[in-house]
Design a protein around this ligand. Sequence first.
Ligand SMILES: Nc1ncnc2c1ncn2[C@@H]1O[C@H](COP(=O)(O)OP(=O)(O)OP(=O)(O)O)[C@@H](O)[C@H]1O
Length: 383
Amino acid sequence: MHRSEDAAIVLDAVGKRYPDGTTAVGSLSLTVPRGELVALVGPSGCGKSTTLKMINRLIEPTSGRIVIDGQDVTKADPVALRRGIGYVIQNVGLFPHQTIRDNVATVPSLLGWKRRRARERVDELLDLVGLEPETFGDRYPHQLSGGQRQRVGVARALAADPPVLLMDEPFGAVDPVVRDRLQDEFGRLQDTLGKTVVFVTHDIDEAVRLGDRVAVLAGGGDLRQYDSPAVVLGDPADDFVAQFVGSERGLRRLAVTPIEAEDLEDPPVVRATSAESAAAAAMDRADLPYALVVDAEDRLRGWVHHEQLRDRTDVRPRRMEAYVGRDASLKEALSVMLRYDAGWVAVLDDDGRLLGVLTPESLHAALRRSIRTTEPLPLPDAG
Ligand SMILES: Nc1ncnc2c1ncn2[C@@H]1O[C@H](COP(=O)(O)OP(=O)(O)OP(=O)(O)O)[C@@H](O)[C@H]1O
């Protein structure tokens, strides 16, 4: 259970009404837990960008409160506020006449960092986002590809190490292949940085891939569902959400559901040093014609079929190719299962030790489990 002090950002009945009468956001309440990435997703014009810009006060709310780290930001100095919040937008908005290093150093310079400290930080960040500082540091934005510019945008937003990062369609302007790479890289970066991130996208695949939680908005900033990707895909709150997440939501769920220990089945296992009689006995007990073979440290060595044991006095394992690491998703496990036409996939820990196997049945059970395992969040007024 999350405690209310874990809430990094609290939107408390926040609204934005324009003078012409347009309600961009009616009344939105949402708690963003510290260190999590929340994806705001919804159709065009539903108020995602407006919501994001109210958090750093590029847009002033007309009602409600926004609290960051216990402080009501509607009362803060907006310029100081923005320096403490990283902001990444589509097309980045790099300064064209400044080098990449100077672009990344924007906020450290504003904060009065010493040149040397800023320079070190900038090079560290360029490395972090996969841009060799020696090669790219002195270039100008037009000398970079779209994907490289987006990486600079991320580096710039991270420069002063802000605890909060706001990202508005940050990978929207690049082609699908580059986009996939950037998502992958940013996902891994976020795993190590653990920033509190609010991420706007209209792409449900991007939202479920990157989000710890996904907030699905309908027009006027109407929050229809706020839950883990697995629950949003597996148990949409209403027809609007179901339609938005699409008819392929079943397949999408596989990609966002991790393998848990409780999903695994115990196959018959024999040691590489076992006598064939012990191997045969293990298969008989499990009523299966095959067994996995492990070494003395439980590391997977292969598998044997009952037939192979005939006329033998030892166990000679065949290579086992259908395996995944414990960090894999159900999609990866299924993909391996199909690739090797295997009835089960071994799941290994980081040292290659056998944790268990997934079968089509346990995969199905894992999908069912995944929609029951999200933690409730405190209500905004508890923050
Ligand atoms: N200055 C303005 N005056 C009146 N209405 C506005 C103004 N700015 C934005 N809006 C309206 O507010 C609504 C929400 O806009 P917002 O940019 O937040 O949508 P969005 O969900 O981010 O959309 P998209 O995915 O297309 O970027 C839209 O209907 C938009 O037309």
